[in-house]
Design a protein around this ligand. Structure first.
Ligand SMILES: *[C@@H]1O[C@H](CO)[C@@H](O)[C@H](O)[C@H]1NC(C)=O
Ligand SMILES: *[C@@H]1O[C@H](CO)[C@@H](O)[C@H](O)[C@H]1NC(C)=O
Ligand SMILES: *[C@@H]1O[C@H](CO)[C@@H](O)[C@H](O)[C@H]1NC(C)=O
Ligand SMILES: *[C@@H]1O[C@H](CO)[C@@H](O)[C@H](O)[C@H]1NC(C)=O
Ligand SMILES: *[C@@H]1O[C@H](CO)[C@@H](O)[C@H](O)[C@H]1NC(C)=O
Ligand SMILES: *[C@@H]1O[C@H](CO)[C@@H](O)[C@H](O)[C@H]1NC(C)=O
Length: 468
C-alpha cells in the first residue's frame, strides 16, 4: 500500500517536473535563441523574424530585420528598372513608378545583407574577363559553365558596350535571357526574354532569376540549371568583367544604386522625395493624399540609408542630403498631423486636409528611427527637441493602438477615430513590424532614457503575448 503510494507520488512529481520543463522550454523562444539577434516565428508556411535580446542597433549596422527582406521579389515590384537597377513599384499605379520608400528599403535590405554575408559562406563564383563576337555583326561561340548552378545565385555583373547583346541560355528551363544595348528588332517569344539596358556603355548589376520571373510573371520550374553564354554585336562590341554568383558584389551595388537614385532625385528646396501617384486612402473617396505627397516614412528611411552611406564616405554632400531629408520632418507641416490638435505625428500618408490625419503607426516609428540616425552622426538641438516631442506623442497615443476586440493585437492606424471608419486591424506581418520597431526603439533608448525604454517595453510585452 505504502509502496504503491510512494510510486504514485514519484510519478506525480515526475509529471510536474516534466510539465514545468516543457513549459519553460516552450514559452520562451527568446531564451532558446539568445545567440541570434532574431527570434523566429513560424506562421502559416512563412518564417518571420522579430528582434531578440542580443540584437543591438547602431547607425552603421543592420537595419532591424531587413537582411531577411527580399524587396525585389515582392509582388508589388513590377520589374527592376533598366537604367538605375532599382525596383519599380506597381502599388497604386499598375504601369509602375519609382517609389522612394521601396527604393530606400531595397538599399537598406542589401546593406543589412552585407553584414549577413560576412558570416555565411559564399557560393561558387564564375568570371569571364572579356567576351567579343567573332566577326562583324555576328555572335561569339557559346561559353558554358560546367556546373549546374542554383538559380537563387544568378547574380550577374558586367560592363557592356553600345549596340551589343549578352545572351544567357538556361538549358533545363529552356529560357533565353538577353541583356541588350541594341535598338531591339528581336522579337520576344515564350522562351526568349529581353532586358533593354539603357544608358550604355555601363556597368550592370542584375539578379537573373528576378529578371526572368518578373518578365514571365511566373516562377521557374527548375531551380537549378546549366547556363550557356554568348555575346552578339559588331566588332566594337564587348562585355568585360562578367562575374556570375558574387552575392556580396550584388548587395554592394544594389546599395549604391539605391543611394545614387535618392541623391539624384531629392527636391533640393524641401528635401522631399515627392510621390506623384494620385491616391485616396483605403475606401475614403473624399480623403485624398496631398499631390504630390512627401512621406515621413520615405524621408526617415532614406535618411537611415544615407547615414550608412555617409559612414563609408564621409562626404559632405551626403551629409547635406541627410539634413535635407530630415528638414520636412521638423521645419514644416508637409508630413505632419496633430492628434487631438495637440500631439505631433509624422505621417506616412499625409492627407490633403491638413487638419485630418491617419496616424499610421509603423510609418511614424520608421521616421523616428531616421531622425535618431541623423542626429547620431550630425547632432542638432532641434532634432533632439523633435525626438522628445514624438516620444511625448507616443506616450499619449500608443494606448489607442491596442485593439479593442482582439486581445493584445495592434491597429495599423487610427482612422477609426479621426475618420470614424471601421477598425483597421494590423495584418499579421504589420503586427510583427510594430513589435520589431518598438524593440529597436527600446534598445536605442535603454542607454539614453530608461523610462522611455520602459514605455516601449510595455507595448512589446503586450503585443508579443498575442503571438508567442
Ligand atoms: C501551406 O502549404 C501547404 C502545402 O504547400 C498548403 O497546402 C497550404 O494551403 C499552405 N497554407 C497556407 C496558410 O498558405
Ligand atoms: C549603333 O548602331 C547604330 C545603327 O547601326 C549606329 O547608328 C550607331 O552609331 C551605333 N552606335 C555606336 C555607339 O556604335
Ligand atoms: C566578390 O565581390 C566582393 C566585392 O567586390 C569582393 O570583395 C570579393 O573578393 C568577391 N569575391 C570573389 C570570390 O571574387
Ligand atoms: C504647423 O501647424 C500647426 C498647427 O496648425 C501650427 O501651429 C504650426 O505653426 C505649423 N508649423 C509650421 C512650421 O508651419
Ligand atoms: C468590437 O466590439 C464591440 C463591442 O463588443 C462591437 O460593438 C463592435 O462591433 C466590435 N467591432 C469589430 C470591428 O468587431
Ligand atoms: C526621459 O524622457 C521623459 C519623457 O520624454 C522625460 O520626461 C524625462 O525628463 C527624460 N529623462 C531624462 C533623464 O532625460
Amino acid at each position: 500500500m505504502r509502496c504503491r503510494f510512494r510510486r504514485l507520488n514519484y510519478i506525480l512529481l515526475l509529471s510536474i517536473y516534466l510539465f514545468l520543463f516543457y513549459q519553460i522550454y516552450n514559452i520562451n523562444p527568446i531564451l532558446r535563441n539568445s545567440q541570434s539577434p532574431f527570434t523566429l516565428i513560424h506562421y502559416q508556411n512563412n518564417t518571420y523574424r522579430i528582434l531578440s535580446s542580443s540584437f543591438t542597433y547602431n547607425y552603421r549596422g543592420s537595419y532591424l530585420n531587413f537582411a531577411y527582406f527580399n524587396v525585389e521579389q515582392r509582388n508589388r515590384v513590377l520589374y527592376i528598372d533598366f537604367l538605375y537597377d532599382i525596383p519599380v513599384s506597381s502599388q497604386w499605379q499598375p504601369d509602375g513608378h519609382l517609389y522612394p520608400i521601396q527604393i530606400a528599403q531595397y538599399g537598406l535590405s542589401h546593406w543589412s545583407r552585407l553584414e549577413q554575408n560576412l558570416k555565411n559562406q559564399q557560393n561558387k563564383i564564375y568570371k569571364f574577363e572579356r567576351l567579343q563576337p567573332k566577326e562583324n555583326n555576328h555572335c561569339s561561340s557559346w561559353h558554358t559553365i560546367k556546373d549546374e548552378i542554383s538559380l537563387s545565385n544568378t547574380y550577374v555583373h558586367f560592363t557592356i558596350t553600345p549596340n551589343s547583346s549578352l545572351h544567357f541560355h538556361f538549358l533545363n528551363n529552356n529560357i533565353q535571357l538577353v541583356y541588350s544595348t541594341k535598338t531591339i528588332h528581336d522579337l520576344e517569344t515564350l522562351t526568349k526574354k529581353i532586358i533593354p539596358l539603357k544608358g550604355s556603355p555601363r556597368q550592370v548589376n542584375r539578379h537573373m532569376l528576378i529578371d526572368i520571373e518578373k518578365l514571365m510573371r511566373k516562377t521557374l520550374f527548375f531551380r537549378h540549371d546549366f547556363i550557356k553564354i554568348q555575346i552578339c554585336g559588331d566588332t566594337q562590341s564587348s562585355v568585360d568583367q562578367l562575374i556570375i554568383g558574387n552575392q556580396t558584389l550584388y548587395d554592394q551595388q544594389a546599395f549604391y544604386s539605391a543611394t545614387r537614385w535618392l541623391l539624384n532625385n531629392q527636391d533640393l528646396q524641401t528635401g522631399c522625395w515627392f510621390i506623384h501617384v494620385q491616391r485616396n486612402y483605403a475606401h475614403h473617396t473624399h480623403y485624398h493624399l496631398r499631390n504630390p505627397w512627401c512621406s515621413a516614412m520615405a524621408q526617415g528611411q532614406a535618411a537611415s540609408l544615407l547615414v550608412r552611406l555617409s559612414s563609408l564616405t564621409n562626404n559632405n554632400e551626403h551629409l547635406l542630403a541627410i539634413r535635407r531629408a530630415i528638414q520636412p520632418l521638423w521645419s514644416s507641416n508637409l508630413t505632419r498631423a496633430y492628434f487631438k490638435n495637440r500631439f505631433l505625428w509624422l505621417e506616412e500618408y499625409p492627407l490633403e486636409l491638413a487638419t485630418k490625419g491617419l496616424f499610421v503607426l509603423n510609418g511614424c516609428l520608421y521616421a523616428l528611427i531616421g531622425i535618431i540616425d541623423a542626429n547620431t552622426i550630425d547632432y542638432q538641438p532641434y532634432l533632439s527637441e523633435l525626438i522628445n516631442q514624438i516620444i511625448i506623442s507616443l506616450q499619449h497615443i500608443l494606448p489607442y493602438y491596442i485593439h479593442p476586440n482582439i486581445s493584445s493585437w495592434s491597429l495599423y492606424d487610427l482612422s477609426h477615430i479621426t475618420m470614424r471608419s471601421k477598425l483597421n486591424t494590423a495584418s499579421y506581418s504589420y503586427h510583427l513590424a510594430h513589435i520589431t520597431l518598438l524593440q529597436c526603439l527600446r534598445q536605442i533608448f535603454k542607454k539614453i532614457n530608461d523610462s522611455v525604454s520602459q514605455l516601449f517595453d510595455f507595448y512589446i510585452q503586450r503585443f508579443t503575448s498575442a503571438i508567442l
